[in-house]
Design a protein around this ligand. Structure first.
Ligand code: ATP
Ligand code: MG
Length: 396
């Protein structure tokens, strides 16, 4: 059928035509944010899940929901190479400038902007990548100690005071939180702890890979009590079916039952895969209904497309040994696997592979569900590794 009208949307952070199966979480977030705005104790929310399960689109949808309810938001993505203060500062400034338009909040918001100026100036030595416009001169003593943990706390506190004056809340939406360095994560947790203790309307909604809760716990032992960690996973069958059928039905196209069952089976309900299969099934079909035969033809194309994009982008950043490590894991199956078994498969000592494993965790390719266990962060990655490093001689 006509690719121009194809409704499906595979892609990193691309809003799906139908955000299926996430109503409960949206409601949980709505309640949390209303509680924050009302100055009631509320936990921050950190959504964790594998690659491609829909964390980013959910984060963006929650942000839209919040803004529609008149809540102030900012949105950043933690990159691998920049500091947290550097990415936060410009967004915080924008939020404070918006708050300063409110008559009641104006004075406090301006004070917070002074705090931001002091924050950026004093931390510039340590985090040279901080670049932010100054609207006011710093206020001596406000968030300008040059110590991130202390200064971020002071800054979020005065920001919270401004939000409260404006009768709203400020929500920090942060994607890819697992990339934030541990000391900076610790500072963020402390700052949020402080605002929570003082019932300041500032809260975090974050997203990250499954290693995030463990990393937060290591950064600050009380982090687990401060945050909820909802698991974002593959869609249950009903939601997965809806993700496929609804967008088509809106355009007058239906799927045969067998076609639908096959898509659910092939994708295991993983959102990224659902979009990819939906897209190719639509493109190869001659018309409605889309049949099992269409889906069979679409499968080869969907896998080829995933290999070229979703899977491939992760692989290009790896060293040859890191690739072999993943290939050895694939040899053992979907996982999780014991480090000892992986090492044995590679014919090397476990201790010698420690740094390789650590690097793969830092790069977000694998994580450790429990001590000594290793699992992929990308669904179906084992099959991909076998496709691109086929045969027996991958370990030579
Ligand atoms: N609830 C859903 N229903 C249908 N499709 C979805 C849903 N959630 C996400 N998708 C689709 O899945 C794909 C991946 O979504 P997204 O980029 O948000 O995943 P992610 O978890 O952030 O992945 P990564 O860890 O790689 O950043 C997108 O094409 C999106 O449209
Ligand atoms: Mg994402």
């Amino acid at each position: 059928m006509d690719p121009v009208s194809n409704p499906y949307a595979p892609g990193a952070g691309t809003q799906p035509p139908e955000l299926a199966g996430r109503e409960e979480l949206r409601e949980t977030a709505r309640i949390a944010l209303e509680r924050v705005r009302a100055g009631r104790p509320t936990k921050s929310i950190l959504m964790v899940g594998l690659r491609g399960v829909g964390k980013t689109v959910l984060l963006d949808r929650l942000r839209e929901d919040a803004e529609a309810a008149g809540i102030q938001t900012l949105r950043v993505e933690a990159p691998e190479s920049r500091s947290l203060p550097a990415i936060l500062a410009p967004q915080l400034r924008q939020a404070l400038l918006r708050l300063s338009l409110n008559e009641q909040a104006k004075d406090v918001a301006q004070r917070a902007l002074r705090g931001l100026a002091g924050f950026a100036k004093s931390l510039k030595l340590k985090y040279q990548d901080i670049e932010v416009g100054f609207d006011f001169d710093p206020e001596p003593g406000l968030a300008d100690n040059g110590d991130l943990e202390h200064d971020l706390q002071a800054l979020l506190e005065v920001t919270g005071a401004a939000a409260r004056k404006a009768g709203t809340a400020l929500v920090l939406f942060v994607d890819e939180l697992q990339y934030v360095a541990e000391d900076q994560l610790a500072a963020l947790i402390t700052a949020l702890h402080r605002t929570a203790q003082r019932n300041m309307p500032v809260v975090l909604i974050g997203a990250g890979l499954p290693q995030l809760p463990g990393k937060m716990g290591r950064a600050k032992s009380y982090a687990e009590r401060l945050f909820d960690f909802p698991q974002i996973g593959p869609l249950p069958t009903d939601a997965a079916r809806l993700a496929i059928t609804k967008p088509a039905a809106d355009l007058g196209v239906i799927f045969s039952e067998a076609a639908l069952d096959r898509i659910i089976g092939e994708t295991h309900g993983y959102p990224y895969f659902l979009q990819e299969w939906g897209k190719h099934a639509w493109n190869v079909a001659d018309g409605s209904p889309i049949t099992l035969h269409d889906v069979e033809r679409a499968t080869a194309r969907a896998i080829a497309a995933l290999d070229e994009s979703f899977f491939r982008v992760r692989l290009d950043r790896l060293t040859p040994l890191e690739k072999r490590y993943l290939r050895a894991m694939a040899e053992l199956g979907p996982g999780p696997h014991r480090s000892g078994d992986i090492a044995a498969r590679l014919g090397r000592e476990v201790t010698k592979l420690g740094p390789t494993r650590s690097q793969l965790i830092v790069k977000g390719m694998i994580w450790s569900p429990s001590h000594g266990d290793t699992a992929f962060t990308v669904p179906l990655f084992d099959e991909f590794m076998k496709r691109i490093m086929p045969g027996e001689d991958w370990n030579r």
